[in-house]
Design a protein around this ligand. Sequence first.
Ligand SMILES: C[S@@+](CC[C@H](N)C(=O)[O-])C[C@H]1O[C@@H](n2cnc3c(N)ncnc32)[C@H](O)[C@@H]1O
Length: 252
Amino acid sequence: MRASPYRDGATYDRISAPLERIGREVLARLELAGDETVLDAGCGSGRVTEALIERLPRGHVIGLDGSPEMIAAARKRLGGRAELLLGDLTTLDLGGRRLDAVLSTATFHWIGDHALLFARLRGVLREGGRLVAQCGGVGNTAELVGAAGAVAEHEPFAAHLRAWAGPWNFAAPGQTAERLTDAGFGEISTWLVQRPAPYEVLADWLRTNVFSAHFERLPADLHEPYLQAVIEELGPDPSITYVRLNIDATAI
Ligand SMILES: C[S@@+](CC[C@H](N)C(=O)[O-])C[C@H]1O[C@@H](n2cnc3c(N)ncnc32)[C@H](O)[C@@H]1O
C-alpha cells in the first residue's frame, strides 16, 4: 500500500506558496551551525526543503516522502542539492545513520500512529539531536471537517465514505508530549497556534492537498462533485480555522 495519498506533486508545488510561508516559520525555530545532517520528514515537492538547504551550506539534507509524485516534483526543484528518498515514515530506517535533526511540516497529521512515528524518528537521531515539527493539531479546519462529513452522509458519496473516520490525526499538545517522552525525547515543548488557512484558491487546495485521501476512496467521476458539494456546504466566503500543533524536542 502507498504510504501517502498525494498524487499530484507538480500542482502541489505550484499552489503551495502559503504552506511554504508557514513551513519557513517552523524552520526558523531550528538552530543550525550550517554543517549538520538534517531530514525533512514528509518533504513534499521540496519548497521547505529548499529553504533548509540554504541554512546548511556545509551540511547535508535528506528529503523523504511517501508519494512518488512528490519525490519527482522535489527532484525537479532541487536536482542534486538534497538526497531524496521515497519511503514511509512509519517504517523509517536509514541503515544506522544518525542525524543531527529532523524537520517536518504539515505531515504528521496524515499518520495515524504517532507513537510509532516518534519511535522511528528517535531511531534516526543521535543523542542530543533535535526534532522541530508542525502539523495539524486538535481543532484543525473544524469547519471543513464538519462540511466534508456532512456531505459524506449523502449519496452518491455515502456508499464510499460514510463508515470512514477520515484520514486525519489532529493530536493535542499534552497527548503528543507524552508520546514523545515514551519514544525517548526530552526538553519537550508542544503548543498550538492559529494561522490563516493556506490557500489562494479554495478548490485547488482541497483538490490537491486536503481531499487526497478522500479521492482514493471515491471513484474518479465523483471527485469534482464531492469537492463542489463541500464548497457549497461551507457557504460563500468560508472562514476556515487552521490550528497547528508545534513540536520541539531533543533525543535523549
Ligand atoms: C501537506 S504535504 C507537506 C509537504 C511539505 N512538508 C510542506 O510543508 O509543504 C504532506 C506530505 O506528507 C507526505 N506523507 C504523508 N504520509 C506519509 C508517510 N506515512 N510517510 C512519508 N510521507 C508521508 C505526503 O506525501 C505529503 O507530501
